[in-house]
Design a protein around this ligand. Structure first.
Ligand code: MN3
Length: 213
Protein backbone atom coordinates (compact mmCIF):
# COMPACT_ATOMS: atom_id res chain seq x y z
CA UNK A 1 0.00 0.00 0.00
CA UNK A 2 1.02 3.58 -0.54
CA UNK A 3 0.59 5.22 2.84
CA UNK A 4 0.89 8.86 3.85
CA UNK A 5 4.54 9.61 4.51
CA UNK A 6 5.18 9.80 8.25
CA UNK A 7 6.01 13.28 9.36
CA UNK A 8 8.94 13.72 11.68
CA UNK A 9 6.93 16.31 13.59
CA UNK A 10 3.43 16.86 14.96
CA UNK A 11 0.87 18.98 13.13
CA UNK A 12 1.41 22.16 15.12
CA UNK A 13 5.22 21.96 14.95
CA UNK A 14 5.35 24.14 11.84
CA UNK A 15 3.29 26.95 13.37
CA UNK A 16 3.05 29.86 12.97
CA UNK A 17 4.31 29.40 9.39
CA UNK A 18 1.95 26.53 8.60
CA UNK A 19 -1.04 26.18 10.90
CA UNK A 20 -2.13 22.74 12.07
CA UNK A 21 -5.72 23.22 10.90
CA UNK A 22 -4.61 23.93 7.35
CA UNK A 23 -2.21 20.96 7.43
CA UNK A 24 -5.01 18.66 8.62
CA UNK A 25 -7.19 19.64 5.67
CA UNK A 26 -4.21 19.14 3.39
CA UNK A 27 -3.60 15.66 4.84
CA UNK A 28 -7.23 14.65 4.38
CA UNK A 29 -7.10 15.54 0.68
CA UNK A 30 -3.80 13.75 0.30
CA UNK A 31 -5.21 10.67 2.04
CA UNK A 32 -8.17 10.49 -0.35
CA UNK A 33 -5.84 10.81 -3.33
CA UNK A 34 -3.56 8.14 -1.90
CA UNK A 35 -6.54 5.76 -1.61
CA UNK A 36 -7.37 6.41 -5.26
CA UNK A 37 -3.77 5.69 -6.23
CA UNK A 38 -3.88 2.39 -4.33
CA UNK A 39 -7.00 1.47 -6.31
CA UNK A 40 -5.13 2.03 -9.59
CA UNK A 41 -1.93 0.14 -8.74
CA UNK A 42 -1.86 -3.64 -8.95
CA UNK A 43 -1.41 -5.26 -5.56
CA UNK A 44 2.15 -6.49 -6.15
CA UNK A 45 3.37 -2.93 -6.85
CA UNK A 46 1.62 -1.09 -4.04
CA UNK A 47 3.98 0.98 -1.91
CA UNK A 48 6.87 0.63 -4.37
CA UNK A 49 8.37 4.08 -5.02
CA UNK A 50 10.59 2.83 -7.88
CA UNK A 51 7.52 1.52 -9.65
CA UNK A 52 5.82 4.89 -9.10
CA UNK A 53 8.83 6.69 -10.63
CA UNK A 54 8.66 4.41 -13.68
CA UNK A 55 4.96 5.21 -14.08
CA UNK A 56 5.68 8.95 -13.84
CA UNK A 57 8.48 8.75 -16.40
CA UNK A 58 6.06 7.12 -18.84
CA UNK A 59 2.94 9.02 -17.82
CA UNK A 60 2.06 9.82 -21.44
CA UNK A 61 1.10 6.14 -21.76
CA UNK A 62 -1.30 6.32 -18.80
CA UNK A 63 -4.71 7.91 -18.40
CA UNK A 64 -5.60 11.13 -16.56
CA UNK A 65 -6.35 9.38 -13.26
CA UNK A 66 -2.81 8.01 -13.10
CA UNK A 67 -1.39 11.42 -13.93
CA UNK A 68 -3.38 13.01 -11.11
CA UNK A 69 -3.05 10.45 -8.32
CA UNK A 70 0.48 9.20 -8.97
CA UNK A 71 1.60 12.82 -9.33
CA UNK A 72 -0.14 13.84 -6.13
CA UNK A 73 1.44 11.06 -4.10
CA UNK A 74 4.96 11.65 -5.33
CA UNK A 75 4.72 15.44 -5.06
CA UNK A 76 3.37 15.50 -1.51
CA UNK A 77 5.89 12.89 -0.31
CA UNK A 78 8.65 15.16 -1.61
CA UNK A 79 7.07 18.32 -0.16
CA UNK A 80 6.65 16.90 3.36
CA UNK A 81 10.17 15.49 3.33
CA UNK A 82 11.59 19.02 3.12
CA UNK A 83 9.58 20.73 5.89
CA UNK A 84 10.83 20.72 9.47
CA UNK A 85 10.37 22.86 12.60
CA UNK A 86 14.14 23.17 13.10
CA UNK A 87 14.97 23.54 9.45
CA UNK A 88 18.52 24.13 8.30
CA UNK A 89 18.00 27.49 6.61
CA UNK A 90 21.09 27.53 4.44
CA UNK A 91 22.28 25.13 1.78
CA UNK A 92 25.68 23.50 2.26
CA UNK A 93 28.19 21.39 0.37
CA UNK A 94 27.73 20.30 -3.23
CA UNK A 95 24.17 21.62 -3.45
CA UNK A 96 25.29 25.07 -2.26
CA UNK A 97 28.01 25.08 -4.94
CA UNK A 98 25.49 24.25 -7.67
CA UNK A 99 23.03 26.88 -6.42
CA UNK A 100 25.84 29.42 -6.58
CA UNK A 101 26.78 28.33 -10.09
CA UNK A 102 23.27 28.37 -11.57
CA UNK A 103 21.45 31.06 -9.59
CA UNK A 104 24.08 33.25 -7.90
CA UNK A 105 23.06 32.47 -4.33
CA UNK A 106 20.27 30.98 -2.23
CA UNK A 107 18.25 34.20 -2.00
CA UNK A 108 18.37 34.60 -5.79
CA UNK A 109 17.08 31.05 -6.13
CA UNK A 110 14.25 31.73 -3.66
CA UNK A 111 13.36 34.94 -5.54
CA UNK A 112 13.21 33.03 -8.82
CA UNK A 113 10.97 30.33 -7.33
CA UNK A 114 8.73 32.98 -5.76
CA UNK A 115 8.47 34.91 -9.03
CA UNK A 116 7.57 31.83 -11.04
CA UNK A 117 5.05 30.73 -8.39
CA UNK A 118 3.40 34.17 -8.33
CA UNK A 119 3.20 34.33 -12.12
CA UNK A 120 1.41 31.00 -12.12
CA UNK A 121 -2.35 31.30 -11.74
CA UNK A 122 -4.12 28.12 -10.78
CA UNK A 123 -3.23 24.79 -9.21
CA UNK A 124 0.29 23.54 -9.61
CA UNK A 125 3.73 23.12 -8.14
CA UNK A 126 6.97 25.12 -8.29
CA UNK A 127 10.12 22.98 -8.52
CA UNK A 128 13.83 22.97 -8.04
CA UNK A 129 15.01 20.06 -10.16
CA UNK A 130 18.14 18.28 -11.24
CA UNK A 131 17.94 18.00 -15.00
CA UNK A 132 19.16 14.85 -16.75
CA UNK A 133 22.25 16.74 -17.95
CA UNK A 134 23.27 17.53 -14.35
CA UNK A 135 22.21 21.18 -14.24
CA UNK A 136 19.79 22.69 -11.71
CA UNK A 137 16.63 24.39 -12.95
CA UNK A 138 13.43 25.98 -11.66
CA UNK A 139 10.06 25.28 -13.24
CA UNK A 140 6.33 25.34 -12.57
CA UNK A 141 3.94 22.57 -13.62
CA UNK A 142 0.13 22.57 -13.62
CA UNK A 143 -2.11 20.48 -11.37
CA UNK A 144 -0.20 17.45 -10.04
CA UNK A 145 2.29 17.20 -12.90
CA UNK A 146 6.01 17.10 -12.09
CA UNK A 147 9.36 17.17 -13.91
CA UNK A 148 9.66 13.36 -13.97
CA UNK A 149 6.70 13.13 -16.34
CA UNK A 150 7.50 12.60 -20.03
CA UNK A 151 5.52 15.56 -21.20
CA UNK A 152 7.66 17.49 -23.59
CA UNK A 153 6.84 21.06 -22.61
CA UNK A 154 7.90 20.46 -19.04
CA UNK A 155 11.53 20.98 -18.05
CA UNK A 156 12.44 17.36 -17.31
CA UNK A 157 14.57 15.93 -14.53
CA UNK A 158 14.34 14.72 -10.95
CA UNK A 159 12.69 17.22 -8.57
CA UNK A 160 14.57 17.82 -5.30
CA UNK A 161 12.23 20.48 -3.89
CA UNK A 162 8.58 21.11 -4.69
CA UNK A 163 6.17 23.63 -3.20
CA UNK A 164 2.43 23.05 -3.41
CA UNK A 165 0.69 26.00 -5.12
CA UNK A 166 -2.86 24.66 -4.83
CA UNK A 167 -5.16 26.94 -2.84
CA UNK A 168 -5.82 24.12 -0.35
CA UNK A 169 -2.18 24.41 0.71
CA UNK A 170 -2.62 27.93 2.12
CA UNK A 171 -6.11 29.38 1.76
CA UNK A 172 -7.42 28.65 5.27
CA UNK A 173 -4.44 30.36 6.87
CA UNK A 174 -3.35 32.94 4.31
CA UNK A 175 -6.57 33.51 2.32
CA UNK A 176 -5.59 35.13 -0.99
CA UNK A 177 -2.13 36.16 0.27
CA UNK A 178 -0.22 33.57 -1.70
CA UNK A 179 3.00 35.62 -1.45
CA UNK A 180 2.83 35.48 2.38
CA UNK A 181 2.46 31.70 2.26
CA UNK A 182 5.43 31.42 -0.08
CA UNK A 183 7.55 33.71 2.12
CA UNK A 184 6.62 31.75 5.27
CA UNK A 185 7.61 28.43 3.70
CA UNK A 186 11.29 29.38 3.73
CA UNK A 187 11.24 29.48 7.56
CA UNK A 188 10.44 25.75 7.72
CA UNK A 189 12.22 24.63 4.55
CA UNK A 190 15.07 22.30 5.47
CA UNK A 191 17.97 22.63 3.04
CA UNK A 192 19.63 19.63 4.64
CA UNK A 193 16.70 17.52 3.39
CA UNK A 194 16.92 19.16 -0.05
CA UNK A 195 20.64 18.28 -0.16
CA UNK A 196 19.74 14.66 0.64
CA UNK A 197 17.14 14.72 -2.13
CA UNK A 198 19.83 16.07 -4.46
CA UNK A 199 22.16 13.16 -3.68
CA UNK A 200 19.36 10.64 -4.26
CA UNK A 201 18.36 12.34 -7.51
CA UNK A 202 21.96 12.31 -8.74
CA UNK A 203 22.28 8.57 -8.17
CA UNK A 204 18.95 7.85 -9.83
CA UNK A 205 19.82 9.92 -12.89
CA UNK A 206 23.24 8.23 -13.12
CA UNK A 207 21.66 4.79 -13.08
CA UNK A 208 18.98 5.79 -15.62
CA UNK A 209 21.61 7.31 -17.93
CA UNK A 210 23.73 4.14 -17.66
CA UNK A 211 20.70 1.97 -18.44
CA UNK A 212 19.93 4.10 -21.51
CA UNK A 213 23.38 3.57 -23.10
MN1 MN3 B 1 -1.64 19.52 -1.75
Amino acid sequence: MYILPKRSHVMYALEPYMEAQNLEIHDRLHEEETERLNQLVEIQHRGDMRYLEEVLRRISQHNKAWRHYAGSYFNHALFWSTLAPNAQLIAEGELAELIKRYFGDLSALKDLMMRQAMQWHGSGWVWLLLRYNGTLAVSVTPNNDNPLMDITWVSQGYPILGIDLWEHAYYLQYRDKKADYLKAIWSVLDWHAVAENYQKAKHKIDSWNRAAI
